[in-house]
Design a protein around this ligand. Structure first.
Ligand SMILES: Cc1cc2nc3c(=O)[nH]c(=O)nc-3n(C[C@H](O)[C@H](O)[C@H](O)COP(=O)(O)OP(=O)(O)OC[C@H]3O[C@@H](n4cnc5c(N)ncnc54)[C@H](O)[C@@H]3O)c2cc1C
Length: 440
């Protein structure tokens, strides 16, 4: 892009997605003095990292790291945070971009809401709705904040569940409205459209997880003691539904089997790529089991161990010294036996088929492109790589895209851990700022 053609550039940036990558990018652009719009689909920023308990390989508390960054994002004078909002349309407008952002109705006036939770307490559906943040292992009300540290700490009324929104009634009058002393509940709210013009766009929309039901032989969805890695994160987290106790049907598991590469490096489900984080998050979770239940037997079934990052190999060696057993080869079948499950696999190093009884099986489901990622790429004209993640401009440049002024950050470009997502986001912010600074 020539200097001349950037003369009319608008010195503002739109960041799409408020996970760790999107927040990092927005904060970096805002710190450079530019106005930034941060659009997040869900009621709070934080993304997947907010769901994690500890982070590998340092075992730092994820919430302690991300919460200050969420608060900073919410308070930064140069960031206009648009949560519970979506991109309705976005197109190139000369060298700039014109976007229409849909702000969904929360049915709560955020200026009045004090975040006290009286509405959630009073809701007739309290404790009846699966909480997505807890991977449906915990329950919430129809009036909710996804988690106590949410930013903004403003309640939302779930339009799919609330009896007033869906059926026009909730007893004689909505209990949440009666309970809200601030008068914040407003069932008359409608969606709002906001048009913005910016000089650069950073896409940071993150990832989905592989649906383990696509591998029915592993028993996920059939046996309640077969869970995913992200479900385990909520189970082991002190802010989770069991307050951090690893409990399966009310009991501490005494034998736990972790299964890696579920939906990664797997031609049978057309996912050839490595998800890059599962070897390490499984090692971390195995450590957490040994830490919380020292007499538990912990086995990890793996294909290869990819411990490529700083401190990763050392961490992999540490968990083995802690008594975690690695067995090469993935299970062919998991079946029920009384209240346990049996993992049937071939140990390809020992050359033997074995069966191991477990109280709990944790499946390391792989990182997938988001199911809705095409909607944005079609509007922006972005290309995808064959694995369906957003395409980088070339393999040596993983931030630029085929569209001038659109940059990628985090797992929307491909699986990566938090440090790599943050580094890429800082790079995207630097390139976006360089582009819009031409005007200044
Ligand atoms: C079980 C598990 C454990 C893990 N443990 C670790 C660990 O210990 N250490 C580590 O380094 N990494 C770990 N990871 C990886 C880590 O989760 C990712 O590196 C990190 O979350 C990537 O952040 P992100 O911002 O790219 O994506 P996300 O966290 O997915 O955030 C994307 C955000 O964008 C929003 N969004 C999506 N689409 C749109 C849209 N169209 N419009 C507006 N908003 C949108 C989403 O709602 C979300 O808030 C783990 C992963 C898993 C699955």
């Amino acid at each position: 892009m020539s200097e001349k053609s950037l003369e009319d550039i608008i010195p503002e940036v739109l960041v799409i997605g408020g996970g760790i990558a999107g927040m990092q990018a927005a904060l970096e652009v805002a710190e450079k003095g530019f106005k930034t719009y941060l659009v997040e689909k869900t009621p709070s920023v934080g993304g997947r990292m907010a769901q994690l308990d500890k982070t590998f390989p340092t075992l730092d508390c994820a919430a302690c790291t991300i919460t200050p960054r969420m608060v900073e994002t919410g308070n930064h004078p140069n960031i206009e945070l648009l949560t519970y909002s979506e991109i309705k349309s976005i197109e190139k407008d000369g060298t700039n971009f014109k976007a229409v952002i849909k702000k969904n109705p929360r049915y709560v006036d955020v200026k009045k809401c004090a975040g006290c939770g009286a509405c959630a307490e009073a809701c007739v559906l309290k404790g009846k709705i699966p909480n997505e943040f807890d991977e449906s292992k915990g329950k919430r009300s129809a009036a909710y904040v996804p988690f106590p540290q949410a930013v903004p700490l403003k309640y939302t009324i779930d339009p799919q569940r609330c009896l007033t929104v869906t059926k026009g009634k909730c007893g004689k009058s909505p209990k949440c409205k009666e309970a809200c002393k601030a008068g914040a509940i407003d069932f008359g709210q409608k969606e709002e459209m906001l048009e913005v013009k910016v000089g650069a766009v950073i896409v940071a929309t993150g990832y989905d997880l592989f649906d383990a039901k696509q591998k029915p032989e592993l028993g996920y969805g059939k046996y309640d003691n077969v869970i995913t890695g992200l479900e385990f994160e909520r189970l082991v987290s002190s802010s989770g539904p069991t307050k951090g106790d690893i409990l399966i049907n009310g009991k501490k598991p005494k034998s736990v089997v972790f299964v890696q590469c579920v939906g990664s490096r797997d031609h049978t489900v057309n996912n050839e790529y490595c998800s890059r984080v599962c070897c390490m998050y499984t090692a971390k979770q195995a450590h957490l089991v040994r830490d919380k239940i020292p007499d538990a037997k912990v086995t990890i079934c793996y294909i290869d161990i990819r411990a490529f990052g700083k401190g990763f190999e050392e961490f992999y060696e540490r968990v083995q010294k802690e008594g975690v057993v690695y067995r090469r080869g993935l299970p062919s079948e998991i079946y029920k036996k009384d209240d346990k499950v049996v993992v049937k696999a071939e140990d390809t190093l020992a050359g033997e088929i074995y069966e191991e009884e477990a109280d709990l099986v944790v499946l390391a489901t792989g990182i997938m492109p988001r199911k809705d990622s095409k909607a944005l790429s079609e509007m922006l004209g972005l290309e995808h790589t064959p694995d369906k993640f957003y395409a980088e401009k070339d393999p040596q440049d993983i931030i630029n895209t085929n569209v001038d002024g659109v940059y990628l950050a985090g797992c929307c470009q491909g699986p990566k851990d938090i440090p790599d997502a943050v580094a890429q986001a800082s790079g995207a912010a630097a390139l976006a700022a360089k582009r819009i600074a031409k005007k200044k």
